[in-house]
Ligand binder design. Structure first.
Ligand SMILES: [Zn+2]
Ligand SMILES: [Zn+2]
Length: 239
């Protein structure tokens, strides 16, 4: 009774507002209709393995060209929307500007993106941030997204079995440079927690796949059974 009263007062003082534009909404942390409509959400049809959006008339085709050639490194991958102007506008302040209030709608969208894949992972693991970067930024944006996903899946969150060493930012690198730059940055420090486990990696954005690919490599070497991934948005190039 008292709790409900307090809730009402809080709602009166801080009515739910869209985290992006501030318009009134019915639930805390949700996007308003206009902001929701700005994102290019990935629906169907899409590649059964990597979730790459396929053309509307992809008759009988279930895999994108990359997966058809067997080049996808992950067991499967799902992303909520495309990386474009709208998602970039929330990604950058979320990652670098302390806008952690975006985590709620982003993680919800990622849980939605996971609706058609087997919910059989054992561990939810955010892509680790190098210690130096974590101290500077004060938070790991991938952990903010992974926590509600782990909760929704009722699986443990693992934030310390893998360590990352510091390397220059990959922002303006070519896919090849990214791959070379990321090689060897991750170290499994608790292999006993990894061995025989199915691991779901969580990141904010999927660009070239270099980061998740390298993490997968070290996790499999440490004995993981399988490695799959989920990100809020992904780069969609014409293939
Ligand atoms: Zn809005
Ligand atoms: Zn694919």
């Amino acid at each position: 009774m008292i709790a409900r009263g307090v809730e009402k007062i809080v709602e009166f003082l801080f009515p739910p507002a869209c985290p992006v534009c501030g318009a009134p909404v019915s639930i805390h942390g949700e996007l308003c209709e206009d902001c929701f409509g700005c994102f290019d959400w990935i629906g169907r049809p899409k590649c059964v393995r990597c979730g790459y959006p396929l053309p509307p008339r992809a008759d009988g085709v279930s895999k994108c060209p990359v997966c058809a050639m067997g080049e996808c490194k992950l067991e499967w991958l799902r992303c909520a929307c495309r990386y474009d102007d709208a998602s970039r506008e929330v990604m950058l302040p979320f990652k670098h500007g302390g806008r952690i209030k975006y985590a709620k709608f982003m993680s919800r969208a990622m849980i939605w993106a996971l609706r058609d894949v087997p919910a059989d992972c054992d561990i939810v693991m955010p892509v680790p941030l190098a210690r130096r970067r974590l101290i500077h930024r004060t938070y790991n944006q991938a952990t903010l997204l992974a926590r509600p996903i782990a909760r929704a899946m009722n699986r443990p969150l693992d934030v310390d079995s893998v360590r990352r060493c510091h390397r220059p930012d990959m922002g303006h690198m070519t896919p090849r440079q990214r791959k070379e730059n990321i090689r060897g940055v991750f170290t499994v420090v608790h292999p006993e927690r990894i061995r025989g486990r199915k691991i779901l990696l969580v990141d904010d954005v999927y660009m070239s796949g270099a980061t998740l690919g390298e993490l997968r490599r070290v996790l499999l070497r440490a004995g993981a059974e399988s490695v799959c991934g989920v990100a809020f948005c992904r780069v969609v190039r014409t293939v």
